[in-house]
Design a protein around this ligand. Structure first.
Ligand code: C2E
Ligand code: CA
Ligand code: CA
Length: 257
């Protein structure tokens, strides 16, 4: 019972309000304190524990969405899937079972898969994506721009969303090539009917640029860091209240978290 899901808000760029959350696992280690997933996901994969951990994440995220529903908030949650989970033949059944058990709609769940993993074995990705799509679960290609997808592959996948890798967003204000890449990715995604998320938005300048380039959703420390489940609804309500006030107040708000 030492794992915990933190949640980071995703913001709808046009309406300036929360559109959902991404679940990010943490390990509350009795001696080491809060351990980041970058330190243990790779180990869990190597030692054959990722399927159990991934299943826990799936169920815990669904349980939390159901709890938010009881509090009157319809929430959409994104979970991250590892390569090994994607290859697991029973993944779709497990997702279906978790949705049923917690009474959550497929459309309330989104699965994020990194570009490099999604393109590793297109047959497997295609099969799993199609199974998940049948449940109404949305799919997102994470860390886009760091792998090697061909346009043909991208067009064939039943994905809904593409997340531009943080490294491009980071350089937006200083490097013109980063801006050109982000602009091209947004145009490409829209041509393929995908929504685009910019991740790792940390500054007002970055936010303004991605909004101007037509990005649909934004995520990053500029708005909020990942937080405990209990903080999400208060954050959402405060953000909504601030969004209706003058722009400068709404802007200052993001930096307090
Ligand atoms: P990711 O899926 O790309 O998640 C985004 C990471 O960027 C998160 O790190 C988040 O805290 C961080 N981040 C968000 N906004 C900003 C920002 O503005 N600036 C900066 N510098 N960082 C930002 P986190 O939580 O440490 O997660 C790291 C990675 O671990 C995730 O990258 C994901 O690949 C993996 N991960 C996390 N939870 C899970 C899980 O449940 N299952 C699997 N398989 N992988 C997970
Ligand atoms: Ca992710
Ligand atoms: Ca990412």
């Amino acid at each position: 019972s030492q794992f915990e899901l933190y949640y980071q808000p995703k913001i709808d760029g046009r309406r300036n309000r929360m559109s959902g959350v991404e679940a990010l696992v943490r390990w509350n280690h009795p001696r080491l304190g809060l351990v980041s997933p970058d330190s243990f996901i790779g180990l869990a994969e190597r030692y054959g524990l990722i399927v159990r951990l991934g299943n826990w994440v799936l169920n815990e995220a669904c349980r939390q969405v159901a709890a938010w529903s009881k509090e009157g908030t319809h929430m959409r949650v994104a979970i991250n899937l590892s390569a090994i989970q994607l290859r697991e033949p029973t993944l779709v059944d497990k997702v279906e079972e978790a949705l049923r058990k917690h009474g959550v709609l497929g459309s309330q769940l989104l699965c994020e898969i990194t570009e490099s993993v999604a393109m590793q074995d297109m047959k497997i990705t295609q099969r799993t994506f199609e199974g998940l799509s049948r449940l109404g679960v949305h799919l997102s290609i994470d860390d886009f721009g760091t792998g090697y997808s061909s346009l043909a592959q991208l067009r064939d996948l039943p994905a809904r969303q593409l997340k531009i890798d943080r490294s491009f967003v980071k350089d937006l204000e200083t490097k013109s090539d980063a801006r050109a890449v982000v602009e091209a990715v947004i145009k490409l995604a829209h041509a393929l009917n995908l929504t685009v998320v910019a991740e790792g938005v940390e500054t007002l300048g970055q936010r303004d640029i991605v909004l101007q380039l037509g990005c649909d959703e934004l995520q990053g420390f500029f708005y909020a860091r990942p937080m405990r489940a209990g903080k999400i609804l208060p954050w959402k309500f405060e953000q909504a209240a601030n969004a209706t006030r003058p722009a400068d107040l709404a802007t200052n708000f993001g930096t307090r978290f």
